[in-house]
Design a protein around this ligand. Structure first.
Ligand code: ZN
Length: 422
């Protein structure tokens, strides 16, 4: 508890240690899986990927130590080879060490399974060698969260738990540390609890972390340390339902639909890997060690990019889920009242001799063209013929014959005629 944090009476602290059996729950994290850690409301698990990178990872460790906070670190094999003392520092600080492949390939969802196995095995071997004695926890996070069944099956066969996450803070993107803080808190508030994915190699994460921890404390969140079960330390007793972020009865997808595309739970299965457009890992793509080491410094010089708009995302949405079935909008929603057309026509008629009339007519023409696009596509030839006939019938370009009964097609012809005559 925070009270046990020597010299830091106001520390956030670590409220409890959750002991899990990786074999009993091989895949966790609601971003991709049906299950997540059995957390109580307002409980948070912090995870840090891609280290150790001394310059930033050491600062992360110091910040956590000052708050007596325990987290899980998913280390990369080649980073462990380059900075073995960084791995030992994590261990000596009492942090949990999982692994994150040897080279961080962003292709484990499509590479031959033999290569994927090699990545997993080599990563574990490198971290084990760095530790000197002991081994990393049987926790693995797939680089880029690019999951594949073969990879998951292999990890399960080795008794290793795959960790996805419950929410991100986008701290690998070129955004400010304030934005990282805002995203972390906003997404946590939306879920109420869960696993937060961060990166200890990022300077912006170093900058954001003190504020995140402070705010967690202010808002009454509690940190949970997670360790794998051992013969001496058996798994914390839990009920199956606790491994779901929200029990099904509480799942109200509609209320959060635009914000959390991952919210729809698969029925006991998994969702596909997040689209690259969502998880923009391009910074870390084809990561060589040299690039990785340069990554933090590059990112601090980066210009913040505008946030990606959420709406073009295409997420698999289960049609079986009744919770997200929206009613079909009534056709009337898309229709303009007939008198609106008439009003527009009259307005343009009165001003047809002026320059404004031309602009206005253009706008109306566009409006109508958009509205009647479907019928135009259906009958292009007949429409053209009719327009010519229409022109003959109204040689003066008068709109006076257009009434509410004229309908939108009549108005369109009128507008086309006017455009020619102005
Ligand atoms: Zn990573």
């Amino acid at each position: 508890m925070a009270a046990d944090c020597p010299g830091h009476p106001d520390a956030l602290g670590t409220s409890r240690t959750l002991v899990v059996d990786p074999k009993a729950h091989p895949r966790i994290g609601t971003m991709q899986y049906a299950e997540t850690l059995p957390l109580e409301d307002h409980e948070v698990v912090l995870t840090f990927d891609d280290g150790p990178l001394p310059r930033n990872s050491n600062q992360i460790l110091d910040i956590l130590a000052a708050e007596c906070v325990k987290a899980t670190f998913f280390t990369i094999g080649r980073m462990a080879q380059a900075y073995p003392e960084g791995v030992r520092k994590l261990r000596d600080a009492g942090q949990t060490i999982g692994t994150h492949s040897q080279d961080h390939p962003l292709s484990m969802n499509r590479m031959p399974i033999e290569r994927a196995r090699q990545e997993i095995d080599d990563g574990i071997a490198s971290v084990t060698a760095a530790l000197g004695n002991g081994a990393p926890a049987a926790f693995f996070r797939i680089p880029g969260l690019l999951r594949a069944e073969g990879v998951e099956d292999y990890l399960a066969s080795r008794g290793i738990q795959v960790w996805s996450a419950d929410f991100l803070a986008d701290d690998w993107r070129h955004i400010s540390s304030s934005r990282v803080y805002e995203l972390a808190m906003k997404r946590l508030e939306q879920k109420g609890k869960g696993i937060l994915l961060l990166h200890d190699i990022q300077a912006r994460t170093v900058a954001a972390l003190p504020r995140i921890l402070h705010e967690l404390k202010v808002r009454g969140y509690r940190i949970v340390d997670v360790v794998p079960a051992t013969p001496e330390q058996p798994a914390t007793p839990t009920e199956p339902l606790q491994w779901q972020l929200h029990p099904p009865s509480e799942t109200v997808a509609i209320s959060q639909w635009p914000e959390i595309p991952n919210f729809v739970f698969a029925d006991g299965g998994e969702l596909t890997a997040p689209a690259f457009s969502d998880l923009d890992w391009r910074d870390l793509q084809s990561m060589t060690l040299a690039e990785l080491l340069d990554h933090a410094s590059r990112s601090t010089r980066g210009v913040p990019l505008p946030r990606q708009a959420p709406w073009p995302r295409r997420w698999p949405v289960s049609s079986e889920s009744g919770a997200i079935a929206l009613p079909v909008p009534a056709a009337s929603v898309f229709e303009m009242a007939e008198k609106s057309y008439a009003a527009m026509a009259m307005s343009s008629h009165h001003q047809e001799q002026t320059v404004q009339a031309d602009r206005r007519t253009d706008r109306i023409a566009k409006l109508i063209a958009a509205d009647s696009g479907e019928s135009r596509r259906m009958r292009p030839r007949r429409q053209g013929e009719h327009a010519r006939r229409s022109g003959k019938r109204h040689p003066t370009g008068h709109g006076s014959r257009l009434t509410a009964h004229g309908g939108r097609r009549e108005l369109k012809h009128l507008v086309q005629f006017k455009k020619r005559s102005v």
